[in-house]
Design a protein around this ligand. Structure first.
Ligand code: GLA
Length: 729
C-alpha cells in the first residue's frame, strides 16, 4: 500500500484504484510526482519530472539548476525558489518568513493514529490502512514539519494532515494548509464548489480553472452556509458517469479555504486547509500545532463515482458511534408546527398522531428553557421553564414514552442572550468580545467564547444535567449566528488571532465529552439549517439538519448539491406543511414525502391538523421509510436528472447487496405537449432481472440502464417512486 524505495527515494501510496507518488530530490526537497489512476511502482525520479528553468525564475543550487518555481512541490513554502502559493507560511523571531523545508526522514506504520483534539478519519480492525509520516526540517530555526498520509486502500481514499513542532526560537504560523497538490495540465479542469446561504445551501457551481488563484473560503467562524469545506476539479467534459475528478475535503467546522492556483505553465496547485485570513498561531519553543485532516479522492468514474467514494468514507470512517450503522429514528419536530407557542397539550396531541402513523420520536425544539418566548432572550439558561412544562422535561418525556415513542430535545449551547438571561448577568465576559468595542448581535444573541476552558466546562455541565434529568434520546445541537468581534479575555494580544481556531478545539472537546458520556443519545447538528454541515460535525453527530428550507422543490436543489460529498444518511429531511413557510409554494404531500424519504426522514408540521386522508398518506410514507431506509442510507446513489440544469430531478439507489433498487423522480417545471422522456437507471447488474413493484413488470438490468422507464409527466411537482427487487436465481 505504501512503499518507499531507498535508492530512488520515491514514496508511492496506492489505494485500490489510485496512486499518489512523491520523491525526495537531491536538494532534499520533496517533489510531487503523480496523483491519479493506479500505476506500477515508479522507477526513477527524473523520468517523471519535466522541469526546465523558466525565464526569471530563481534556481535552486541543489536542484542542479532546475527551478522549483515550475516544479511540482509536495509541501511548498514561499520565499526561496518557489514563488507560487505556499502551503505553509510562518514568521520567525528575526522577522524572516522564508522557511526552507528539507527532508529529514520517514516512518511507515499500519493503521492510523488519532489526531489530538480533532475529528478525523479512523480505521477499524481488519481495515487495510497504512500511514506514512515524512519529517521536514527548517534547520536554521529548528522548525519540524511532519506530513502525515494515511491510505485507506479499499475506500480509495488518502488522508493528509500536518503536525508542526517548534524546537527553535518562538515563531508564528501564518498559514498551514492540510493538503497542497500540484496537478499538471490544470487548464483541462473545472473548479467545482458548493455555495449558498440560509435556506439555499450547497448549490453546485462549476467554472473552468483559470490562470491565477481561485478559491472559496469562510471568514465568519463557521464552515458555513456560504461554502462547504469541499472542492473538486473535474475534467471539463467529466459528467456523472465518466471523467477524471480530483477532490478534497477538510474535516473541520471552522473557517476554511479551498481552491487552486493555475500557474503560467499549466500546473494547478490545489489546496485546502484552515483559512489563513485573520489566522495566526504562535509557537513558543517546544510548542506544537496540529492541522485538521484533509481527505483526498481521485476517480475516473465522473462525479457520481466521486460521490460514492465520499459517501462510504463519511458513513463508515468519519461518522462514529452506535448510530453509525443502524437505521435511526423517523421523527416529528414541533418547530414549524408550533414555533415557540407550544403547550404540553399541543405536543401530546401531535404525539398521538405521530404514534398512529408509526413515528419513533418527538423532538421538542426551541423555547423550553429559561425565559424564551421568542428569539430575543434566554439562551444560556439551560434549565426547564416550568410555566411551559409544569411537570418538567421528565414529565413531558414520560408523556411521550407512554405512547411508546422516544423524546428528543433542542439545544443551542454555544450561545448566550444578552437579555433576560442569568448566564449573561453573571458572566458577560463569557461572550466573544473585544474590550472597548460594541458587540454586534446576530439573531439577538452573542457567541460564547469556547476558546475558554471554563466556558466549555459550563456547557458540558449544563447539557449533561439536562440529559440526566429526563429520558432524552436525541439532541438537536443548533448554532444560529456567525462570529463577530472575535476576542477573548483569556489570551494575550499576540494570540488573539488564535481565538477562532481554539474555539473549534473547545467545541470539539465539548462534543467529544458529551457524545461519549451519552452514547445512547442520537445527536444531530444544525446551524440555522445547514450552516455547519461539514465532515467535522459528522464525526460527532452522524446527521445534520440540511436546511431551514423545507420546501420540496428547494430541497431538491439543496439535497442534490449536498449529495456530491455528503451521504443521504447524513441529511436531516422533513415533510412540512403547505403553503410552505419559507417560499409559499404548494406541493403534493406525496412529493414532499418522496423528497424527504432518502434523508433522515421526519415531519415538521402539526400532525394533529392533518386530515385522515393526509394521515394515511403520512403513514404510508413512514412505512416505506422503515423498509427502504437502509437502501437510501447504506446503498449507492446514482444521480440521473440534474435539477439545477433541467426541469426534472431523478436518482436511483442500489442497496448494498444489490438486491433492491429505488428510483425517485420529480417534475419541477412541466410544459405542454411534453416531450418523450425516459429515466435510465445506473449501477445495476445488466444480466440480472428486476421486478418492479409498482407495475409488476420484469426488466433486465440492461433494459433499465439503456432504455429506462418512460415518463409521461403532466403537472408541476409530480413525483414517482419505483421499487425494483432483483430476482434470485
Ligand atoms: C434554527 C434551526 C431551526 C429551529 C430554530 C429554532 O433556525 O435551524 O430548525 O430549530 O433555529 O430557533
Amino acid at each position: 500500500m505504501i512503499s518507499f524505495d531507498e535508492n530512488t527515494r520515491i514514496f508511492q501510496l496506492d489505494t485500490k484504484n489510485t496512486s499518489y507518488v512523491f520523491g525526495v530530490y537531491k536538494s532534499e526537497q520533496l517533489l510531487h510526482l503523480y496523483w491519479g489512476a493506479k500505476l506500477p511502482i515508479m522507477a526513477e525520479l527524473e523520468q517523471y519530472i519535466l522541469v526546465q528553468t523558466k525565464a526569471l525564475s530563481p534556481q535552486d543550487i541543489g536542484m542542479g539548476g532546475w527551478s522549483t518555481n515550475v516544479a511540482r512541490m509536495e509541501y511548498p513554502t514561499h520565499g526561496s525558489v518557489d514563488l507560487r502559493n505556499p502551503a505553509m507560511e510562518c514568521t520567525f523571531d528575526d522577522g524572516s518568513a522564508c522557511p526552507q523545508l528539507r527532508y529529514a526522514g520517514y516512518k511507515i506504520f499500519d493503521g492510523k493514529q488519532k489526531l489530538k483534539g480533532l475529528p478525523a478519519t479512523y480505521c477499524e480492525e481488519g481495515d487495510k490502512v497504512q500511514t506514512l509520516e515524512v519529517e521536514l526540517v527548517d534547520a536554521p530555526k529548528e522548525l519540524h514539519v511532519f506530513l502525515s498520509y494515511s491510505v485507506f486502500e479499499d475506500y480509495d481514499v488518502i488522508t493528509r494532515s500536518v503536525h508542526i513542532e517548534n524546537r527553535g526560537p518562538k515563531c508564528k504560523l501564518n498559514s498551514v494548509m492540510s493538503a497542497s497538490v500540484d496537478i499538471p495540465e490544470g487548464c483541462d479542469l473545472d473548479f467545482m464548489h458548493f455555495d449558498g446561504t440560509w435556506g439555499r445551501e450547497r448549490h453546485p457551481a462549476r467554472t473552468p480553472v483559470f490562470c491565477g488563484t481561485q478559491y472559496v473560503d469562510m471568514k465568519n467562524g463557521a464552515s458555513g452556509h456560504y461554502h462547504t469545506p469541499f472542492v473538486c476539479f473535474p475534467q471539463h467534459n467529466a459528467d456523472e458517469q465518466r471523467g477524471r475528478v480530483y477532490s478534497m475535503g477538510l474535516i473541520w467546522s471552522g473557517e476554511f479555504i479551498g481552491g487552486a492556483q493555475l500557474d503560467n505553465y499549466d500546473t494547478m496547485r490545489a489546496f485546502i486547509g484552515v483559512n489563513k485570513f485573520g489566522f495566526g498561531y504562535t509557537l513558543e519553543t517546544g510548542e506544537t500545532f496540529q492541522s485538521p485532516e484533509a481527505v483526498l479522492v481521485y476517480t475516473e468514474n465522473g462525479l457520481g463515482g466521486m460521490s460514492r467514494i465520499w459517501h462510504k468514507i463519511v458513513r463508515e470512517r468519519i461518522c462514529r458511534g452506535k448510530f453509525r450503522d443502524i437505521e435511526r429514528y423517523a421523527l416529528i419536530n414541533n418547530w414549524e408546527a408550533t414555533y415557540f407557542d407550544f403547550t404540553v397539550e399541543k405536543l401530546s396531541a401531535i404525539a398521538d398522531k405521530a404514534k398512529d402513523i408509526g413515528l419513533d420520536l418527538l423532538v421538542l425544539d426551541d423555547g423550553w428553557f429559561g425565559i424564551r418566548n421568542d428569539d430575543h432572550t434566554g439562551l444560556g439558561d439551560w434549565f426547564v421553564n416550568r410555566d411551559k412544562l409544569p411537570e418538567g422535561l421528565d414529565g413531558l418525556a414520560n408523556e411521550i414514552n407512554k405512547r411508546g415513542m422516544k423524546f428528543g430535545l433542542w439545544f443551542e449551547p454555544e450561545m448566550m442572550s444578552p437579555k433576560d438571561c442569568q448566564l449573561f448577568e453573571k458572566h458577560p465576559d463569557w461572550a466573544l468580545h473585544i474590550n472597548g468595542r460594541q458587540n454586534s448581535l446576530g439573531r439577538n444573541q452573542l457567541t460564547l467564547d469556547l476558546s475558554r476552558e471554563d466556558v466549555c466546562d459550563y456547557i458540558i455541565d449544563a447539557v449533561s444535567k439536562i440529559l440526566e434529568s429526563a429520558n432524552i434520546e436525541y439532541v438537536k445541537w443548533d448554532m444560529n449566528r456567525y462570529m463577530s468581534e472575535v476576542g477573548s479575555d483569556k489570551l494575550p494580544p499576540e494570540r488573539q488571532c488564535e481565538v477562532k481556531f481554539r474555539y473549534m478545539l473547545g467545541l470539539y472537546r465539548v462534543l467529544e465529552t458529551l457524545t461519549s458520556s451519552f452514547p445512547d443519545v442520537l445527536f444531530e447538528s444544525c446551524a440555522s439549517g445547514g450552516g455547519r454541515f461539514d465532515f467535522g460535525m459528522l464525526y460527532y453527530m452522524p446527521q445534520t439538519w440540511s436546511s431551514d428550507d423545507t420546501d420540496a422543490v428547494e430541497r431538491l436543489y439543496i439535497q442534490h448539491g449536498t449529495s456530491f460529498c455528503y451521504p443521504y444518511s447524513s441529511m436531516g429531511a422533513h415533510v412540512s406543511v403547505c403553503p410552505n413557510h419559507q417560499v409559499g409554494r404548494n406541493t403534493p404531500l406525496k412529493t414532499r414525502g418522496y423528497v424527504a424519504l432518502p434523508g433522515q426522514f421526519g415531519f415538521e408540521l402539526d400532525l394533529a391538523k392533518m386530515t385522515d386522508e393526509e394521515l394515511a398518506e403520512a403513514k404510508r410514507l413512514v412505512g416505506i421509510y422503515k423498509e427502504l431506509g437502509e437502501v437510501f442510507h447504506r446503498g449507492d446513489l446514482y444521480r440521473i436528472d440534474d435539477p439545477m440544469n433541467s426541469r426534472f430531478a431523478s436518482m436511483n439507489f442500489v442497496s448494498e447487496d444489490g438486491k433492491k433498487v429505488v428510483l425517485l423522480r420529480y417534475v419541477i417545471a412541466t410544459q405542454p405537449s411534453c416531450k418523450f422522456k425516459y429515466t435510465r437507471l445506473q449501477g445495476l447488474d445488466p444480466e440480472a432481472v428486476y421486478v418492479c413493484r409498482e407495475n409488476g413488470k420484469r426488466y433486465s438490468g440492461a433494459m433499465l440502464m439503456n432504455i429506462g422507464i418512460a415518463w409521461n409527466y403532466r403537472h408541476d411537482y409530480e413525483s414517482e417512486m419505483f421499487i425494483f427487487d432483483k430476482l434470485d436465481y
